[in-house]
Design a protein around this ligand. Structure first.
Ligand code: OAD
Ligand code: ZN
Length: 242
């Protein structure tokens, strides 16, 4: 069997499928990744400790907020690609999506009621740096850095930064799905960031079949049942079918 046939077989025979995605699934929509050879990843150009940590935000809130606004300003111009669409078809059959991505491209094609667990939060909301106040952000009309109407602290993007804990409800649900699934389709992640990457190893440890689609090699390759190297927008539709 070719790797493509093996991948198709695994998905066809799965009754509880999890699709686990990273920045590579949105790369073909034009959203830059963070790492990865041959790509101009964000963290090759920008310092993550300045732009993606609570300490960086405290040091220069405007610089950090403006950087996320620049990323937000790209969202109205990008569209889900054939990989998101193919994953949407899997969701129609009951697959759960667990994503590290903070964009909303999975949401745009997901069937109503589908489960999408966003491990690293969402860029199209703000949350207060101090209290629990949250606000939806209009990406066509971006607010400047501003303060929380409840407590006066600065508002910040509702994403998880380095050194911060994941939302415990989201994490618990993700762990449940990953320990209970019989197959996992992993798309476009370098598997460098924990605890997120650990979910794939956990699924494998519980004997789920693991299919990896990625442009480059990753630490997942050794344990995956099958690895397909290439672009998500080409490969995922070929695995999933029409
Ligand atoms: P990375 O940027 O670390 O990895 C992206 C992976 O996608 C790499 O392994 C690339 O080879 C692969 N890739 C690139 N283009 C692709 C394409 N067109 N098709 C398929 N694969 C492609 O992104 P993540 O693993 O998602 O945190 O990074 C994890 C976290 O680190 C992110 O969620 C982010 C970052 O700091 C937050 O935003 C909070
Ligand atoms: Zn507040």
């Amino acid at each position: 069997m070719t790797p493509l046939q093996t991948a198709r077989d695994i998905l066809c025979n799965s009754r509880k499928l999890v699709v686990f995605t990273g920045a590579g699934v949105s790369a073909d929509s034009g959203i830059p990744t963070f790492r990865g050879s041959g790509e101009t990843g964000f963290w090759g150009k920008f310092d993550p400790m300045k732009l993606a940590s609570p300490e960086g935000f405290v040091e220069d809130p405007k610089l950090v907020y403006d950087w996320y606004n620049w990323r937000r300003s790209q969202l109205p111009q990008v569209r889900p690609n054939p990989a998101h669409e193919a994953i949407g078809r899997l969701q129609q059959e009951g697959a759960v999506v667990i994503t590290q991505n903070v964009d909303d491209l999975h949401e745009r094609v997901a069937p109503t009621g589908a489960t999408i667990l966003k491990l690293h939060g969402t860029i199209i909301e703000d949350k207060c740096f101090s209290c629990d106040h949250r606000e939806k952000v209009d990406t066509a009309n971006l607010p400047p850095l501003h303060r929380c109407p409840k407590c006066g602290a600065y508002m910040r993007p509702a994403i998880v930064w380095f050194g911060e804990a994941l939302d415990p409800d989201v994490w618990d649900a993700a762990e449940d799905y990953c320990t209970g699934c019989d197959a996992m389709l992993v798309v476009g992640t370098s598997a460098q960031v924990y605890p997120a990457a650990g979910l794939v190893f956990e699924a494998h440890r519980r004997r789920a079949n693991v299919v990896v689609v990625n442009l480059d090699e990753s630490p997942l390759d050794e344990m995956a049942n099958v690895v397909l190297y290439g672009r998500a927008a080409d490969l995922v539709p070929q695995i999933v079918g029409p």
